[in-house]
Write a protein of this length. Sequence first.
Length: 116
Amino acid sequence: MAVKLTGPVRLERREAVGMEQLIEEYIRDMKLSSGLNEQRVFAAWDEASGAGPYTLGKSFRKGVLYCNLSSSALRQRLFFQRTEILRKMNEILKEDSLYTKVETSEANYVKNIILK
């Protein structure tokens, strides 16, 4: 059964919204935040440690970043700089507008780094 429209169709007028808010809503609605957060953590590791080219594999689970490095000498050097790298990474993530925080706590900021 076809519905006939009588007269012009009026669309509801909405308030203008900024692109930043639209992007945040899109990320939330499409449930992309966990994957995006993981990629932002990996980018923060590369920036804070400078060891991106020497990192063979990375994974991030429950606030812990696991990194496989290509050199044992590099792993030893970074081991002693872990707290400084961790501080820099969390600073980078706090300033990153695309990194979405958990509202109840800072659970998905990096809590620890495990070097392998």
